[in-house]
Design a protein around this ligand. Structure first.
Ligand code: MG
Length: 609
């Protein structure tokens, strides 16, 4: 199958877009009419440029509102059509996309629509062009794929076919079953886009928030699988409009787009096995489970804040790396490694995440197949393989085997004898702050490589802006990642800003840490009055929470008690939490309180002062 992308899905001018698309490995484009109109290149120039780059112009979309038109205006439609068919001849394009009429004066008459589509088909057919008719989700009268298919059937012309657009189908609440009974040879084109699930105006959602498969949460695979199962074998073409792609370098977008097609092919391999081979390279499957293993923290010479903080938190030296200036510290099952090498600029300390996701060679091969870049590291003789992959925001993720295996990360450390190892239960989650334009790509990284599923996007008030948040976790395993986009300040730090450790008896732990000089965020008294209003907690329980300055949340499944250290100068801070019962969230109801408290407390507190 040809892999295509719409020129509207990239920033820049037409020539740059074509170069980026070809360099990323696509072999087809959908030409957006405005890109052509605004270009100094003639249609023939564009055709020859595309031919040189190995790109087929698989679709041209030059005309809106060509059915459901009041009859007295239909001659005007045919005039526009004939003109654009001449342009298509010069372009060498043979498929024309026709969207359902979204105009306020569109006529609600399926017979008229069918008759006009038939006439359009006759004119297009004379030029050797096939029309693919698409139900825009906000079409005036035709807005679902079933209606478009009925119109195509009634139009009864071989040059009039159905266009499948995953976004329009899924945005209306339909799914792949809506294509039941549509023969594959009557589907003229397949456009693919994902989106985060947002409850908003369909046109605005489509124009500003579409994203590539794997970056959103719609069941794109289901619709594509149904289209392929019907027998469609035309191009698979990405059509993404969004504020993000408008602002991102075209080549970066084109590469992210190609990755998304590879991921889609990987998903389809399970749904439509016969198609796998000609759609994509076969990426090995993701690990069956993914757990958090360790957090690596940059600890460049002279930065004693980090060591002080983790020392005060009860982490003890557990080992020294055999070949690198790296030490391993632990508190129970919570592990951090401090890297004394030079740290990266403008990053809050934590530079790498270790995950346990065996078999590690398979994860490395999957990363390579999905085009995620490898971290270049040196590896001593007989050291664990520990493949590293760089996320779009620059986080290094190292993949370890489970304890007792050759590729387990702890094997690379010379253990240090010590009395106790602490009682903490492990890393609960980490929060990664990413720039707004990288949220989709960072989501795709964790989703496509490790099969983490995103939850619903959340939004919080910050004292000076807003915070958008997306939590991801695997079907099996304890890795939890929260991606944050802060729009409070251009100076907001990026990277891992928060690591949350899980413990039993958080009140006791926090008390003990405070006595050792660990500063925790102060929680306003008003918060505890509000707790009384929100939950039927006993007065002494609320008094205890206030005394320990703990935040509290409850769900039908359990309770959460948590506290935050004051942030270091870089914004990095530690959360301690106790999950009771099957509480599964992150205390989102308390996020605005944390943000306000962080804005009130001076950042950069030195532990122990
Ligand atoms: Mg479309």
């Amino acid at each position: 199958m040809r892999k295509g992308i719409a020129t509207v899905s990239l920033s820049g001018v037409l020539g740059d877009k074509l170069d980026a698309v070809a360099r990323a490995g696509f072999d087809a484009i959908e030409l957006f009419d405005n890109d052509l109109i605004g270009s100094p290149l003639s249609p023939r120039d564009v055709a020859s440029r595309c031919a040189d780059l190995g790109l087929e112009i698989a679709l041209f979309q030059p005309i809106r509102d060509l059915e459901g038109v009041p009859p007295e205006r239909f001659e005007g439609v045919l005039h526009r059509l004939r003109t654009k068919l001449g342009v298509m001849g010069d372009l060498g394009a043979t498929t024309l996309l026709a969207c359902s009429n979204a105009g306020a004066d569109a006529v609600d008459d399926v017979d008229l629509t069918a008759e006009q589509l038939h006439r359009v088909g006759e004119v297009a057919g004379e030029h050797g062009v096939t029309v693919a008719f698409e139900a825009l989700a906000w079409g005036r009268h035709v807005n679902r794929v079933g209606q478009a298919w009925e119109a195509v059937t009634r139009a009864d012309h071989p040059a009039v076919t159905l266009a499948v657009d995953t976004f329009h189908i899924l945005a209306r609440g339909d799914d792949g079953t809506a294509l039941a009974g549509v023969p594959g040879d009557r589907i003229g084109f397949l456009q693919v886009a994902d989106a985060p699930l947002l409850d908003m105006n369909l046109l605005e959602w489509s124009r500003h928030f579409r994203c590539f498969p794997g970056q959103g949460t719609l069941d794109v695979t289901g619709v594509v699988a149904a289209t392929l199962a019907a027998g469609y074998r035309g191009p698979l073409s990405l059509e993404v409009f969004s504020d993000v792609v408008r602002e991102t370098d075209a080549l970066v977008t084109a590469r992210a787009a190609m990755r998304s097609l590879l991921f889609l092919g990987d998903q389809l391999a399970h749904a439509v096995p016969a198609v796998e081979r000609d759609l994509v390279s076969a990426a090995p499957p993701p690990a069956a489970r993914t757990d958090a293993a360790f957090l690596e923290i940059a600890n460049p010479a002279g930065d004693s804040d980090v060591e002080k903080l983790f020392g005060a938190l009860g982490f003890v030296l557990a080992g020294r790396h055999r070949s690198k200036p790296v030490t391993w510290w632990r508190n129970g099952d919570a592990h951090v490694v401090l890297n004394d090498g030079p740290g990266p600029p403008r990053s809050p300390h934590a530079t790498a995440l270790g995950v346990s996701a065996p078999p590690v060679e398979t994860v490395a091969a999957r990363a390579a197949a999905l085009l995620w870049p490898e971290v270049s590291t040196t590896r001593g003789a007989d050291e664990a393989m520990l493949p590293g992959i760089t996320s779009p925001s620059g986080l290094h993720v190292f993949v370890s085997d489970t304890p007792g295996h050759d590729d387990h990360w702890q094997r690379d450390f010379e253990p240090v004898e010590h009395a106790g190892v602490g009682t903490w239960l492990g890393i609960d989650h980490l929060a990664i702050s990413v720039p707004p334009h990288q949220l989709n790509e960072e989501t795709a990284f964790f989703r496509t490589l490790f099969d983490l599923a995103p939850g619903a996007p959340e939004e919080f008030m910050e004292p000076h802006g807003r915070l958008r948040s997306l939590a991801l976790r695997p079907a099996d395993g304890d890795l939890r990642v929260v991606l944050n986009v802060s729009e409070a300040s251009a100076e907001a730090p990026y990277g891992v800003t928060q690591v949350a450790f899980r413990c039993d008896h958080v009140a006791r732990v926090v008390d003990e840490l405070r006595s050792r000089g660990v500063p925790f965020l102060r929680i306003p008294d008003n918060y505890y009055v509000d707790l009384v209003a929100r939950f039927d907690l006993a007065a002494e329980d609320v008094a205890r929470l206030r005394h320990h300055q703990l935040l509290y949340d409850r769900s039908p499944r359990g309770e959460l008690l948590h506290a935050y250290t004051d942030p270091l100068a870089t914004g990095f801070h530690v959360e301690l939490l106790e999950r009771r019962g099957d509480y599964d969230g992150y205390g989102s109801a308390n996020t605005f309180v944390r943000l306000a408290a962080q804005a009130s407390d001076p950042a950069g507190v030195v532990v122990g002062s």
